[in-house]
Design a protein around this ligand. Structure first.
Ligand code: ZN
Length: 222
């Protein structure tokens, strides 16, 4: 533990993202929640296939206690939980579900307006934690150019259309033939991530893989 990390641990103690109890610096969650959460990553692998363009892997279904943890990360400024929850996502990578060697990790971007409102992008926090855990560089390759409606607030059938053309690739010179792992917090229909994947592939990426913390069962949380 570095001096800075020790200082940080005093002012911002590491907490369990599920029950908010203080835990040791290098722990992901408390022992009690570990039992309840049952991260059976070696067994569970939720996958949705976005028309052959992208497979999205996820350690959890979107229900409690992970649902509340994501809510805290997104809306209650518990940005510190990004590290712990990202570490759980990284376990999915370590379990060998991804057969390809990953060159870069990136995240689903927020529109500038939304980013200013929230102050941070929760997907980026998760992606950066995954990057650190599995030792693969994090890079931003996408910007959101369309401030579209929030996906889960519109009817299911309109979601694909809603995200079309919403993203643009940047730093494309580094993308060529590379395998990119894109991270997000929750995947519902998968349309958002599939659109991001398409944007990256059109910009020259060789392959795109998806990883989310949770997947909504049957893609329907309306
Ligand atoms: Zn706990």
């Amino acid at each position: 533990m570095s001096k800075l990390e020790r200082l940080e641990a005093i002012f911002f103690p590491n907490k369990c993202p599920f029950c908010d109890d203080i835990i040791k610096y290098d722990e992901i969650m408390c022992k009690n929640c570990e039992r309840k959460v049952e991260i059976s990553l070696h067994r569970r692998r939720e996958v949705i296939d976005c028309g052959g363009r992208l497979q999205i892997f996820s350690p959890f279904l979107y229900k409690d206690p992970i649902k509340s943890a994501i809510y805290k990360l997104k809306f209650r400024e518990k940005r510190n939980y990004g590290r712990n929850l990202g570490a759980i996502m990284a376990m999915t990578c370590r379990r060998g579900f991804f057969k390809d060697k990953i060159d870069y990790i990136t995240s689903v971007p927020l529109h500038k307006k939304r980013l200013n409102e929230r102050g941070y992008n929760q997907s980026k926090l998760l992606a950066k934690s995954v990057s650190k855990e599995i030792n693969v560089p994090y890079a931003e390759f996408l910007i959101k150019v369309k401030n579209n409606k929030i996906q889960h607030e519109i009817p299911f059938v309109m979601r694909k259309e809603n995200v079309r053309g919403a993203y643009k690739a940047k730093r494309v010179e580094n993308l060529k033939d590379k395998t990119i792992l894109i991270c997000d917090d929750v995947v519902t229909t998968g349309n958002t991530m599939a659109e991001c994947a398409l944007t990256l592939l059109e910009a020259g990426a060789g392959k795109v893989l998806g990883l989310s913390l949770a997947i909504v069962p049957n893609g329907n949380d309306d």
